[in-house]
Design a protein around this ligand. Structure first.
Ligand code: DX5
Ligand code: ZN
Length: 219
């Protein structure tokens, strides 16, 4: 299992150092939660902040856009140094056009679905994308409980990807902990976003190692 620490739980007064700390702890991706206060009831940070912290690591930036009109801002996030951009199927932008725009900028595209959205929403695009992010909490805030009932959706996407796109990464986001990571792995997830579990741990490196080890067990 790849681990993507969510910077939503970092100390924003020293975001660059926090990113460096996560690199040293063994982060596979840096997960950056962009919220616009419209698509979700919370506001975080945008492209200028991401651009400022980009030089702190070579670890890929996994930018999760929780914004109403992702298509309008793809250039900004590509210019800021995003390696992966995921956006919600529930947003107002045309899905195919947004995927194409992300690709045209040399960035890897991904689609995100909220808990109430079925797997069907991403299946038509599987062959065009790098990653599917299955939300395991309602997007907006860190520190919520993992929704185990999202696991059938992960399995369904995994199954469909076997013929349509065998290299597709499936990411889960929300409530990942020592108690839940194995369930996500067993369902077929490749990447786990972890905010609270990694940032609030006394030893973030040990926390990431533990999550990876537990993912290898049977949940
Ligand atoms: C929620 C965000 C998540 C969140 C995860 O909208 O997309 O990345 O920060 O935080 P934890 O791991 O604390 O649930
Ligand atoms: Zn996220």
């Amino acid at each position: 299992m790849l681990i993507a620490p969510s910077l939503l739980s970092c100390d924003f007064s020293k975001m660059g150092e926090e990113i460096k700390r996560m690199e040293l702890a063994g982060a596979d991706f840096m997960h950056l939660d962009v919220m616009d206060g419209h698509f979700v009831p919370n506001i975080t940070f945008g492209a200028p902040v991401i651009k400022t912290v980009r030089p702190y690591t070579a670890v890929p930036f996994d930018v999760h856009l929780m914004i109403s009109e992702p298509l309008k801002y793809i250039d900004d996030f590509a210019d800021a140094g995003a390696d992966i951009i995921t956006f919600h199927t529930e947003s107002d932008s045309d899905i195919k056009q947004t995927i194409d725009k992300i690709r045209s900028r040399g960035v890897k595209p991904g689609l995100v679905i909220k808990p109430a959205t079925p797997a069907d929403a991403v299946l038509p695009y599987l062959k065009d994308i790098y990653m599917v992010l299955v939300m395991t909490v309602e997007p907006g805030f860190g520190g919520q409980s993992f929704m185990e009932d999202m696991m059938p959706k992960v399995k369904e996407i995994r199954r469909a990807s076997q013929t349509l796109n065998p290299n597709l990464l499936i990411e889960v986001d929300g409530g990942i902990s020592n108690d839940t990571v194995a369930k996500a792995a067993a369902a077929g997830a490749d990447v786990a976003v972890a905010g609270t579990a990694v940032f609030k741990a006394e030893n973030s490196k040990a926390a990431i190692e533990k999550l990876k080890a537990l993912a290898q067990t049977n949940g």
